[in-house]
Structures are given as C-alpha cells and as structure tokens.
Design a protein around this ligand. Structure first.
Ligand code: DX5
Ligand code: ZN
Length: 217
C-alpha cells in the first residue's frame, strides 16, 4: 500500500505519517501538483524537507508538474527516494529517465487515464515503476475509472519482475480487488486511508484485500 499524503490533515502531517509508519506502511506517496500540468496546487519542497526529518519512510514522489527534469534534483535533495514523472509532461522521456537515475534514485513514469501504454514504449525497459492513473490527476476523492484495468494487464505482461506496476486514484475496498487481479502490485490510496476513522486499520484492510485478490487471480 502507498498512502497518499494529499488526503492527510496538513495541520497534523508528522503525527499522521508516524501513525502509518508504526502500522507498517512501506512508503509514502507524495502528490506534488504545480497548478499548471494539473488544475490544482498541493505542496512542494518545504513540506517534503520538513517531513523527511520526521520519518524513515520511503518517499515516493508523484510529480504532477510541467518540466519534471528541471525540478527532479530539488525533490531528491529534499529527501525523495523515488521520482515518478508524467509521460505527458515531457517530449524527451529518455533524457528524464537518465537524469533521474543520475541523481541516484529510482524513476517511474505515469500515464493519464486515456494515455495508451504505447506512449511509454521508448522507456519501458528503463523505468523502475509504471504508474497507471485510475483518475484524472489533480484531486483526491475521485471515482475510479475501470477502463484503465485493461492497460494495467497489458503493461503487466510487458514489465519485468523487478519493475513495479502502481495504480493511483479511487482505490478503495471495492476497487482494489479488480486492480490487483489486473496485475497492479502497488496501490496508492488517499481518501480510503486518511479520511477513515482509523487510517492504520483502513490501510491493513486494503492490503489484505489486494493480497487476497492477487492470490486468487
Ligand atoms: C491524484 C493523485 C492521487 C490521489 C489519490 O492526482 O495522484 O494519488 O491523491 O487519492 P484518492 O485515493 O483519494 O483517489
Ligand atoms: Zn499520486
């Protein structure tokens, strides 16, 4: 499970992150939005720098920004362990992949719901993770778009065992099963975790549902 910070209470970030870390969260999904690539502005370097001091969690940065290559180093310096950029945000994906790997961190590429898997053909063998968006990026709490599951299955067949296949947006107890059955191995959830009465319990339940679906498929 990859809890998305976007849905956390920004007046209690360190406390909520510590709560999930104690509950065994493997990483933290950081939804960075620039108000240009997506129609929303979330948070940036200062928040990440501050949180970095408070937790040992792996920081999985999802950069929903234009010019990802220009800002990647600043996010790594702020403490990000992984950088995912959007294929729609660059016309030189190979150079972005090489640049981020050059910073010493793993790299992922994200596809919007209607972007075909073919759009990442040129870098498919080089990335460490592919992130399939199951909502239009920009906001938490949106409805899952099931059409993307076909793309998940298609990509699963193309990716190596060392490459992660992450799905992001509208993941909840009803949608996580089909997402796991389609081949996703990492599940981003914001609302379904942070907006629940007991976030650690919600995260554990989602984890168990994904495991059961993967075992059954
Ligand atoms: C949307 C973000 C998602 C979002 C997930 O642009 O990339 O990570 O925060 O939020 P939920 O789980 O609420 O759909
Ligand atoms: Zn995200």
């Amino acid at each position: 499970m990859a809890p998305s910070l976007l849905s956390a209470d920004f007046s209690r970030l360190a406390e909520q992150v510590a709560q999930l870390e104690r509950a065994g969260a493997p990483l933290l999904h950081l939804d960075v939005m620039d108000g240009h690539f997506v129609p929303n502005i979330s948070f940036g370097i200062p928040i990440i720098e501050s949180l970095r001091k408070e937790t040992k969690l792996f920081f999985d940065a999802h950069l929903m920004i234009s010019e990802p290559k220009r800002y990647a180093e600043a996010f790594v310096d702020a403490g990000c362990d992984h950088i995912t950029f959007h294929i729609e945000a660059t016309d030189e994906p190979g150079a972005v992949v090489d640049h981020i790997h050059g910073l010493g961190v793993s790299v992922g590429v994200s596809l919007n719901p209607t972007t075909p898997a073919s759009a990442i053909e040129s870098i498919l063998g080089d990335v460490d993770l592919v992130l399939v968006m199951s909502v239009w990026p920009g906001f938490g709490g949106q409805k899952f778009i099931p059409d993307v599951l076909e793309k998940v299955t298609q990509l699963r067949g193309r990716l190596g065992a060392h490459q992660r296949l992450q799905i992001d947006g509208g993941i909840d107890p009803k949608t996580i099963g089909p997402a796991a059955a389609a081949g996703a191995d990492t599940f981003v959830a914001g609302t379904a975790i942070f907006r629940q009465p007991d976030p650690p319990q919600a995260m554990r339940e989602l984890h168990d549902l994904a495991r059961a679906a993967a075992d059954a498929s």
